[in-house]
Ligand binder design. Structure first.
Ligand SMILES: [Zn+2]
Length: 64
């Protein structure tokens, strides 16, 4: 599972995920980012992130 921080843009791959309740919000315990006090990464569901996370292409194949 690939997780991305919406705050600093860090991408991390996690082998396991534990759902925990933090401040009335369900987050992945292992996805806590180092950039903030309680910044949790969100799971990236797009298959484009598998393998080459640094190359970003949109639907028309254009480089962003
Ligand atoms: Zn971050």
């Amino acid at each position: 599972m690939i997780f991305k921080c919406n705050n600093c843009g860090e991408i991390k791959e996690l082998q396991k995920s534990t759902m925990v309740l933090r401040n009335n919000k369900w987050v992945i315990k292992e996805a806590l980012c180092t950039c903030g006090n309680t910044t949790y990464m969100e799971q990236v569901l797009t298959p484009e992130y598998k393998g080459l996370p640094k190359i970003k292409l949109n639907d028309s194949g254009q480089k962003l």
